[in-house]
Design a protein around this ligand. Structure first.
Ligand SMILES: [Mg+2]
Length: 356
């Protein structure tokens, strides 16, 4: 089996409402879709730009072209070798590489007739995801939290990090408003100083937060470690790592106990499997998260998550916010659980030729 062609499409996905976090506001996201073809099969992958990896629409467009040139004529089942080839020339192009890596896995799944989570050794087809609640005013926060619960979600991740008093007021009100079995967590996206983060964990100690994500700046490992020691709530890192080496260093140095793995941030399924193994070796826990992604790459994240032993949480929710998602029917959702389709590979059917 040889790769004989790779084609791309670009689709602008627009959110129903703008999404505000400590580092910025997003209303839409350009998603890139790749189709890798052999004589008998094709595999799909997708990605979007990320300020965390530093990739823009322009850089992704250019990198996808260059990287695909390295894959033409190769055997798509040799995913490890192909990843090494892509990483050696484009180490920083995490999103672009992830797009092609997931298309390779999709193709291999389709060629074997099995869903990807099954090939990766997973034994279940569904897992609970949270829904993120952006930074918004008090009344809108409560209204949105109620709407999230009414849609069936059992977990809410509150975005915080701009103003601690407002953050805590919103968290307390949501805790009061939603049923007690709804899990709450918080993500500050690097928005707090060490002192503010200490105040946050003290003032929220009775809220039963599942974790506090990236409270301080990504490189401030000393503050993260001190916070993790003093906080009852486990500290999760997201922006602090992209590579398996950085993940190992965080866990070995006891900077944090929990890692947020995102396929696009880490360069794809292949590299994320390495990070998940490292996490297992250090007895750490993980969440699988996402950027502003269509249901196609969200499905890839879910298949990956279903295969891992350390994955405690999912934050695979961006596709719920895009009414014009081209891969809308890729995943099921029941009682807070995100469900893969059961079809081979990623199990996502997309009318690729009609995308523009
Ligand atoms: Mg985060």
């Amino acid at each position: 089996m040889r790769i004989r062609g790779i084609d791309f499409r670009e689709v602008l996905l627009e959110r129903e409402e703008e999404f505000v976090i400590a580092t910025g506001t997003s209303k839409s996201a350009l998603n890139f879709v790749a189709r890798i073809e052999t004589e008998d099969f094709c595999g799909l992958g997708s990605c979007c730009p990320s300020s965390v990896t530093g990739e823009t629409s322009d850089s992704i467009r250019k990198d996808l072209q260059t990287l695909s040139g390295k894959l033409i004529g190769e055997d798509p089942t040799q995913i490890q070798k192909l990843n090494e080839k892509m990483a050696s020339s484009h180490p920083e192009s995490k999103c672009a590489r992830a797009c092609l890596d997931m298309a390779l896995w999709d193709l291999v799944g389709k060629a074997s007739g099995r869903p990807l989570y099954d090939i990766l050794g997973g034994s279940r087809d569904r897992m609970m995801t949270d829904m993120s609640l952006g930074i918004m005013d008090f009344d809108k926060t409560l209204e949105t939290a109620k709407r999230i619960v009414s849609r069936g979600f059992k977990a809410i991740k509150m975005k915080v990090g701009l103003d601690i008093d407002e953050d805590i007021a919103r968290l307390l009100a949501v805790r009061e408003e939603v049923p007690g079995d709804i899990t709450l967590s918080a993500d500050a996206n690097q928005g707090y100083s060490y002192e503010t983060a200490v105040e946050f964990v003290k003032r929220t100690k009775d809220l039963g937060l599942a974790y506090l994500e990236q409270p301080v700046a990504q490189h401030d490992h000393v503050s993260l470690m001190k916070l993790d020691e003093l906080s009852m709530v486990p500290i999760m890192v997201d922006e602090s790592f992209k590579t398996s080496q950085e993940a190992a260093s965080i866990l070995a140095g006891r900077t944090a106990r929990l890692l947020n793995i995102k396929l696009l941030k880490c360069g794809g399924i292949t590299e994320s499997l390495v990070i998940e193994s490292i996490c297992a070796a250090f007895n750490g826990g993980t969440l699988v998260g996402c950027y502003s992604e269509s249901a196609l790459s969200i499905a890839a994240g879910l298949h990956f998550a279903l295969s891992g032993s350390t994955i405690e949480f999912l934050d695979l929710d961006s596709h719920f916010t895009f009414p014009n998602d081209f891969a809308k029917d890729a995943l099921g959702f029941e009682s807070g659980l995100l469900i893969v389709s059961g079809r081979p590979g990623l199990g996502v059917e997309v009318d690729f030729d009609s995308l523009d």
